[in-house]
Design a protein around this ligand. Structure first.
Ligand code: LLP
Length: 464
């Protein structure tokens, strides 16, 4: 996942081989003449029209990935609960909802988004390690398909809220399956030491407690072992662990009609990386879920949207320091956090193709933020772009905009959706005014600063 650092210097142009080879379709973009396009839209022109940084999503690719995911499990009773956190834009959610997708949500905000986009409540699963009472109330009131419990304490809280509201709910136990996965440390969620889920040893106790709470029905077991996993074997191991518990739960009177294995199906971030092998996963899971007479729920996020999106950024400066080339661009970790946060590799491709005779260099692509971690790539072999050139950062459809922030008073990027050569702005660029519009400057009751402050929570005078 991580970039290797690298020495700088000139090199033969053979190093500048087409970065999209061998299969450009996996990254959605295409070279068309000297131009880079996304579903027929010229990305450099789009950047000139709308400015940068700008996210661009190919909705056909999103739908194709959803269909491919579903298609791999033909004949298996399956709900695809799209992980809203990957990219929760209404235009994406509503397209997926129209194709029959459910949603995996982890906050009241995501639940509200999914409902607004038309996802039927019965196809929504509410996960999340720290659900507040207000979020539990929203889930109860919305009659979501299942609320995934993280602990005995959360079970007691949910029951109390259900009693207070006169509601019932289907719940799942989010189990920590203690499965070691091969991915970045921050993306591992199913190991024994992780903060997520209920330990295997606690399932008996929590299910006995559930049996005494008639408002709540134990409908399923869930887990999410980690993200950006490259092979299916860990999901299969997780399925076996979860399915093992079902006979004793059913014998104790719990219906347990589904098993939810979470998301985590990885995508290629480089041409040499394989796509996740859904065929192997489906072939292994089909007899298991049939044998256990359960419905399967899967929560892919990245697999559906990751390679359907790019982030456009413009080169604002370039310089050479201590033998290293720095290309400074107008997108930083506020726009795409993954390279700085996880050392993640995102391909960077020029929107106007360089001449084959242009030399290739090893360079660092840096963002504008006052933090030395603000890089989009380090030690990357690229043609040295000119100031003003537009670069496309690939595989940015998942965990790009959804993790963006406004640090350094940087407005959130514009978002655009493309289809068949047409582009539509689906979220205008935030303005600097938007950033401080809701800030209040207190008008203290005493003229002496620091004295006579109103108690915490008291409204500032200009808000009264
Ligand atoms: N279900 C649950 C309960 C999850 O926690 C997640 C991701 C998913 C499904 C979807 O996983 P996916 O299919 O997208 O791998 N910010 C990180 C990713 C964190 C994912 C957290 N949970 C990144 O940029 O790689």
């Amino acid at each position: 996942m991580s970039d290797s650092g690298g020495a700088s210097g000139r090199s033969p142009r053979a190093d500048a081989a087409d970065p999209l080879s061998p299969d450009p379709t996996r990254f959605s973009v295409r070279r068309s003449g000297g131009r880079l396009t996304l579903d027929g839209v010229d990305l450099a022109e789009l950047a000139s029209d709308l400015g940068t940084p700008t996210y661009v999503y190919a909705i056909r690719q999103v739908c194709a990935r959803y269909r491919a995911f579903r298609g791999a499990f033909t004949g298996v009773p399956l709900t695809v609960a799209y992980a809203v956190k990957a990219n929760g834009h209404q235009a994406i959610l509503s397209a997926l909802a129209a194709m029959g997708a459910g949603a995996d949500v982890v906050s009241g905000g995501e639940l509200t988004r999914a409902l607004a986009a038309g996802v039927p409540p019965s196809r929504i699963v509410f996960s999340g390690v720290g659900k507040t009472d207000a979020e539990l109330d929203l889930a109860l009131g919305s009659e979501v398909g299942a609320i995934h419990l993280e602990s005995a304490g959360e079970l007691a809280r949910l029951d109390a809220r259900a009693a207070a509201l006169g509601r019932t709910a289907r719940v799942g136990l989010r189990v920590n399956p203690d499965i070691v996965v091969d991915t970045h440390a921050s993306l591992k969620t199913g190991e024994r030491t992780s903060k997520f889920g209920i330990a295997f040893a606690e399932i008996g106790e929590v299910s006995r407690s559930l049996a005494m709470r008639p408002r709540l029905t134990l409908a399923g077991l869930s887990c999410h072992i980690g993200s950006q996993l490259k092979t299916a074997d860990r999901h299969i191991a997780a399925a076996d662990r979860l399915l093992e518990s079902i006979p004793s739960l059913r014998a104790a009177g719990h219906p347990v009609d589904y098993v939810d294995l979470g998301g985590g199906m990885g995508i290629p971030y480089q041409p040499t990386e394989p796509d996740f092998d859904l065929g192997t996963l489906a072939a292994a899971l089909a007899p298991r879920v049939r044998g256990a007479a359960v419905e399967l729920v899967l929560e892919p996020g990245r697999f559906i949207v990751g390679n359907a999106g790019v982030l456009l950024t413009r080169v604002v400066d370039r310089k050479r320091r201590a033998g290293r080339w720095f290309v400074v661009v107008d997108a930083g970790y506020t726009d795409l956090a993954r390279p700085a946060l996880y050392g993640a590799h995102h391909m960077i491709v020029p929107c106007r193709w360089p001449s084959p005779t242009d030399p290739c260099l090893t360079l660092d692509v840096a963002g504008p933020i006052c933090d030395s971690s603000d890089f989009l790539a380090r030690g990357r072999r690229l043609h040295l772009p000119a100031v003003g050139d537009v670069l496309a950062i690939l595989s940015a459809g998942a965990y790009g905009m959804s993790m963006a922030s406004t640090f350094c008073a940087r407005p959130l990027p514009c978002e655009v959706m493309v289809r068949d050569g047409e582009a539509r702005v689906i979220r205008p660029r935030q303005t600097v005014d938007d950033l401080h519009r809701t800030e209040a400057v207190p008008n203290w009751s005493t003229s002496e600063p620091g004295r006579g402050n109103p108690p915490h929570g008291a409204p500032a005078e200009n808000q009264k």
